[in-house]
Design a protein around this ligand. Structure first.
Ligand code: CAO
Length: 444
């Protein structure tokens, strides 16, 4: 084992530069060309590569020190075998063109590195008998938008981090490796808490101290709101949404519903438009199977489903939940009403199990009992479409010869445009509306 003193090589016209990063620790194993030190002058940053493979010991410099060509940096304990091979390597390398720095970098001189065994120095071009393999120092222009060493830039590149978005905590705003690590950590935490909003590269909403404008109060979001918020953000960011607005005449359907009221009460259920809507949606899913599907995780395949489970958005004091009514195609209107009542009661009592909320194919969000004329529901990923129902109102509708009072229900269909084209979207929407306008078709 031979010990070599590694010193600062020829670094061009700089005679006193700052050490801004020591990229090795005591005992580290380095390979030839591994970056071991980052230096910074007022014009450039430079990365100093190792000239040998071996174990680092006796580190002499620390961040903040000033160094010049020839400054002793550390020892490298080099294997004898490597020592023997080194001259041959050096000869070959001497014929190679000198690696040029990055395009914006100031041209570095090709330093001649000097190497000797124990008690000699490495880096000073003073001894012609030793290898003079050119070892370019990797310079980085200070004019670059983000201020970071080549090692940090390489680290950022590996992680796909755009340095422009990273705040540097080093001197003069220099981005350090730890800044990149913190940035990645914060993105990951942001994804966990905000459902990917930050991970998508969207600039964060500015932080404002609202108390400067008046009295404020902080209220912790409910657990459901935190969970649904994350899910909604994920769906919103991952799915290219299109929303189709429509309306349908539910006069006949509502008349039938009211005619059935007494019978429904006898059966212990409350009949609302929603169960008819669920049936019309299932007819639509059968006619347009792309709506009863999910994309495979790689986005290359459509997984069509042969079952018809419909998620129903339920408004609870703690937030929105979406229990799933199973096998809607196989159930009667009364059975569906019963399921809906049971699930919404469970939801409001906070008693839904994970099973109650799984296995959905398509969701319906009905605000019809509350109001509104239209809204854009967010697709409940990994489903590919959702229906938003608004409040029906009596309107004058022209029948070709006169205006007639008709109960018109506005609704919308949001869908994943990766799966469903606009034409298919409006065909589905029209189909569902036609089946609600004439519920006899649901029998076919
Ligand atoms: N147009 C006009 N009236 C409607 C209607 C519509 N589209 N939909 C329901 N109604 C009527 C019902 O018939 C009922 O009136 P009657 O008692 O006179 O029959 C009344 O509105 C209340 O209905 P409901 O809301 O209790 O029942 P529902 O079956 O329509 O809905 C449920 C059940 C659980 C979906 C609903 O209670 C609910 O929670 N809705 C909110 C969903 C939500 O928050 N979505 C938004 C998600 S995005 O944030």
């Amino acid at each position: 084992m031979a010990k070599i003193q590694f010193t600062v090589p020829d670094i061009g016209d700089f005679d006193s530069v700052d050490v801004i990063e020591v990229l090795v620790n005591e005992g580290d194993q380095v390979q030839v060309d591994d970056s071991v030190l980052t230096l910074e002058s007022d014009k450039a940053t430079m990365e100093v590569p190792s000239t040998h493979s071996g174990k680092v010991s006796n580190i002499q410099v620390k961040v903040g020190d000033k160094v010049a060509q020839g400054t002793y940096i550390f020892d490298i304990e080099v294997d004898e075998a490597e020592q023997a091979a080194e001259p041959a390597k050096a000869e070959n390398k001497a014929e190679e063109p000198v690696k040029q720095p990055a395009p914006q970098a100031a041209a570095a001189p090709a330093p001649k590195l000097h190497e000797q065994t124990q008690s000699s120095s490495v880096g000073l071009p003073t001894d012609a008998s030793v290898s003079n393999t050119p070892k370019p120092v990797n310079h980085q222009s200070m004019g670059a938008v983000s201020h970071a060493s080549p090692a940090v830039r390489a680290f950022a590149r590996v992680l796909g981090v755009d340095l422009a978005g990273v705040n540097g905590s080093g001197s003069k705003g220099r981005v350090l490796k730890s800044d990149i690590q913190n940035f990645v950590k914060s993105v990951m935490q942001g994804q966990a808490s905000a459902g990917g909003a930050q991970g998508s590269g969207i600039p964060p909403v500015p932080t404002i101290d609202f108390s400067q404008f008046g009295e404020t109060e902080e209220i912790e979001l409910s657990r459901i709101k935190k969970l649904s918020g994350k899910h909604l953000s994920t769906a919103w960011l991952n799915i290219p949404h299109v929303t189709q607005f429509d309306e349908c005449d539910i006069t006949e359907m509502d008349k039938f519903r009211k005619d059935m009221k007494a019978q429904a009460e006898k059966a212990g259920v409350k009949l609302t438009p929603l169960v008819f809507i669920m049936k019309a949606v299932v007819a639509g899913l059968k006619a347009f199977p792309n709506f009863n599907a999910s994309l495979s995780p790689d986005g290359q395949k459509l997984i069509r489903k042969g079952y018809y489970n419909i998620g129903i958005a339920v408004d609870t004091p703690n937030g929105l939940v979406v229990p799933v009514v199973r096998d809607v195609d196989q159930k009667s209107i009364f059975e569906l009403s019963r399921d809906l009542m049971e699930l919404s009661t469970k939801a409001r009592d906070g008693k839904l199990s994970p099973k109650d909320m799984s296995g959905g194919c398509f969701s319906i969000s009905s605000l019809g009992g509350i109001g509104g004329t239209q809204f854009t529901p967010i697709v409940n990923a990994p489903e590919v479409a959702i229906m938003g129902v608004s409040k029906a109102s009596m309107q004058p509708v022209w029948d070709g010869s006169e205006f007639k009072p008709r109960l018109v229900m506005p609704y919308s269909i949001s869908y994943d445009h990766r799966v469903i084209d606009g034409a298919e979207g409006v065909r589905f929407s029209t189909f569902v509306g036609q089946h609600l306008a004439d519920i006899r078709q649901l029998l076919l």
